[in-house]
Design a protein around this ligand. Structure first.
Ligand SMILES: *Cc1c(COP(=O)(O)O)cnc(C)c1O
Length: 359
């Protein structure tokens, strides 16, 4: 007998779409905000040496203690104020599962990172959107009107915001923390490129939660390591929903060695920041391109013309950027990840060519 499996699925899951990888062969990847540089060889060798010592027959440390101690040093917080997971995505999921559910609302400010909505839906919560202003700043008045509601369990601020690249100031973070009944998640996935953080406010507001990742500045997207910084009481609650052995031994080890060798990554981060100025000014000189200021490792642009078509033509020219789907606030917009020097030069060359063809 064959059952209707779809009808067995929870209601709020039925509307979700499985993530479809968009694979393109032989393109320069400027679409996923990864670190474009090869992983530093010296650090790789240190990691491999430690990998040799791992007893794979044994379960990993369920508390990721050594990694949390390394992050504690890096962030100047206590290990009790840190929880790690399989990428920022998993710790975000833990946060939603712990603090939201059926009948609850999660506030987001689009255009922003798509995963917030998905993580909220999986937890059973509804997402309420308070769109960013035209200049992509937070509409504070509209947000504050909502954060005090009882059913608003989590409010998300992303800084630098993905995809728009601008920061949310600590004044705004603080205003929201003060008024919010629930958790305020400040997503600092791109912190290392913007160098501004709300970390100091954790001592003042125990409802403030910061999200960070090793996927962007530290070139570890493939190993899936992210973490949350928050008051230790928040971390205690997150540990209730954490799967016991969520972090495998390899990822724990690699991320710890990265933190212990952070001096190898700083020059790469600096190069990306330098390239950001170069790329921004080059992009601004192309007719039909409006460039928004960025504090991240990507640049948000609006094009005169059909962004889907321009995206498509760039792929044909061998350059892959992110088309943002023409949603509210992102009509005819593209997000361009900063690559290595030659990749950025090639992008400019190809984009000029495509824009000339169109106009
Ligand atoms: C990339 C990203 C994350 C986390 O990514 P992981 O690879 O899962 O660590 C979180 N927030 C934003 C805004 C991101 O762009």
């Amino acid at each position: 007998m064959s059952r209707d499996i779809f009808s067995l699925v929870r209601n709020n899951i039925q509307g979700l779409q499985p993530y479809e990888p968009h694979d393109f062969d032989n393109v320069i990847k400027l679409d996923a905000n990864e670190n474009p540089y090869p992983f530093p060889q010296e650090v790789k060798e240190k990691i491999y040496q430690e990998f040799n010592q791992i007893d794979m027959n044994r379960y990993p440390d369920p508390q990721s203690l050594r990694l949390r101690e390394a992050i504690a040093k890096y962030t100047d917080l206590a290990k009790e104020e840190i929880i790690v997971g399989n990428g920022g995505d998993e710790v975000l999921q833990m946060l939603m599962l712990a603090f939201t559910g059926e009948g609850d609302e999660v506030l987001i400010a689009p255009p922003t990172f798509a995963v917030y909505k998905i993580a909220a839906a999986i937890a059973g919560a509804k997402t309420v959107e308070v769109p960013l202003n035209e200049d992509y700043s937070i509409d504070l008045e509209a947000l504050l009107a909502r954060v005090e509601q009882e059913k608003t369990k989590v409010t998300v601020l992303c800084t630098p915001n993905n995809p728009t690249g601008n920061l949310v100031s600590n004044e705004i973070v603080e205003a929201v923390c003060q008024r919010a009944r629930g958790i305020v998640l400040v997503d600092e996935a791109y912190y290392e490129f913007g160098q501004e953080t709300a970390k100091e406010l954790i001592k003042k507001y125990n409802n403030l939660v910061l999200l960070r990742t090793f996927s962007k500045a530290f070139g570890l997207a493939g190993l899936r390591v992210g973490y949350i910084l928050a008051d230790k009481e928040v971390i205690t609650q997150l540990n209730r929903v954490k799967m016991a052995y969520n972090m495998n031994s390899f990822s724990q080890t690699a991320a710890r060695v990265v933190i212990e060798n952070i001096q190898y990554f700083q020059p790469l981060i600096d190069k990306i920041i330098d390239a950001r100025s170069w790329l921004s000014s080059e992009l601004a000189q192309i007719p039909g391109i409006k460039v928004f200021p960025s504090r991240a490792n990507y640049i948000f642009v609006r094009v005169e013309g059909d962004a889907a078509d321009i995206h498509h033509q760039l792929v044909a020219e061998g350059v892959l950027v992110r088309f943002l789907g023409n949603g509210p606030g992102a009509v005819n917009c593209l997000r361009i990840t900063i690559g290595q020097k030659e990749e950025n030069q090639l992008l400019i060359e190809k984009l000029k060519k495509v824009m000339e063809k169109i106009n």
